[in-house]
Every structure is written in structure tokens, then in C-alpha cells.
Design a protein around this ligand. Structure first.
Ligand SMILES: [Mg+2]
Length: 183
């Protein structure tokens, strides 16, 4: 089972992880030919308000920008329903929140034929790894299914962020940010 290497409030965990990734940037790039980063969307890159408005989740935006700066190839894997209009809407939404969508290599949305989120996300990661020969330095989401293929019985306090070492094949750090409070 993957080891939890960092837990705490999301801002602090992101700060610690960012420092580590920056400090060890050269070592990471010498060991991993194609470093990758992946982000979930809902309650991760953005959070929804009660009035159906969305706003940028700043701690996660910090990680997104760090991934850009460190030259990681960036992917989005979301359980939002796969459709052309949904994809267009998502790109517009992310751009309107200030994310540099030109830095996103590809967006994976969940086809209606899939029902297991953890499996869908893990399979998408495997395809990306196969196609790029890379490895995910960070895989960021707000749910256990964002970082684990099958979360199992591992318990994580929902109010905190957790960094897991090697939670899935080809993932160095699984970053589970705190789950948003119901509004
Ligand atoms: Mg989410």
C-alpha cells in the first residue's frame, strides 16, 4: 500500500511539495526523461460555489504553475462526461479562470461506457505513460479515486491534504487535496 509522506492543511502541503519539487528539479529531470503532471478539475483546479459559479482553487493553481515552470507535460483527467460541447466548455472555463490552457497537452473526459472512476483515471494515466514514455511526478485531485486505481481501505482525513508515494503505476506523488465543504 502506498505510503503517506505528507499530511496537513492544503496550503502548507502544497508549499512543502512545491519547495521539494523545485529544489530537486534537476534530479527529477535527470531521472525521468519525460516528467508529467496531471490534474483533476472539479473541486481541484476549480471549486464550485452555491450559485453554480466557479472559482480557481489557488493552492492547486500554484501546483499547476509550478508544473508549467518545471517543464512537465500537463494532462487533465476528469470524470466529467465526455462530449465535444463538454470539452469546449471545460477549456473555456479553465481559460476564464486564468489557467494557461495552451500548456495542457490533452484532456481526458469519462466516456459513458465507463462507470469506475478510479479505473478510468488509472487507465488514462497508463495510456499517457505508454504514449510519452514518461512518468507522473504529480497526480493531483480531491478524491482518492484521483490518485489510486482502487483506493481500498486507506483512510485519509477529508479536511486535509495528503501526499502519497507511488499510489499507482507510473505515479511518483499522488496529491490528494482537502475535499471542499458542502455549501
Ligand atoms: Mg474532483
Amino acid at each position: 500500500m502506498a505510503e503517506t509522506i505528507l499530511s496537513g492543511d492544503t496550503a502548507g502541503v502544497v508549499q512543502n511539495l512545491s519547495n521539494f519539487l523545485e529544489e530537486h528539479g534537476p534530479a527529477i529531470k535527470s531521472r525521468i526523461k519525460t516528467p508529467l503532471a496531471c490534474f483533476d478539475v472539479d473541486e481541484t483546479l476549480l471549486e464550485w460555489g452555491a450559485d453554480d459559479s466557479s472559482r480557481r482553487r489557488e493552492e492547486v493553481a500554484t501546483l499547476f504553475n509550478l508544473a508549467v515552470k518545471e517543464g512537465y507535460k500537463i494532462y487533465i483527467i476528469t470524470a466529467r462526461d465526455k462530449s465535444q460541447s463538454g470539452l469546449a466548455y471545460l477549456k473555456t472555463q479553465l481559460a476564464s479562470l486564468g489557467f494557461d490552457t495552451h500548456k495542457i497537452e490533452k484532456i481526458y473526459m469519462m466516456p459513458s461506457t465507463e462507470s469506475d472512476v478510479g479505473q478510468f483515471k488509472s487507465d488514462a494515466r497508463s495510456r499517457i505513460i505508454q504514449q510519452t514514455g514518461g512518468k507522473f511526478v504529480i497526480m493531483v485531485g480531491d478524491q482518492m479515486t484521483d490518485v489510486f486505481r482502487a483506493p481500498g481501505s486507506l483512510n485519509a482525513n477529508r479536511d486535509f491534504a495528503h501526499v502519497f508515494a507511488a499510489p499507482d503505476d507510473g505515479v511518483v506523488f499522488g496529491v490528494k487535496v482537502s475535499e471542499m465543504q458542502d455549501v
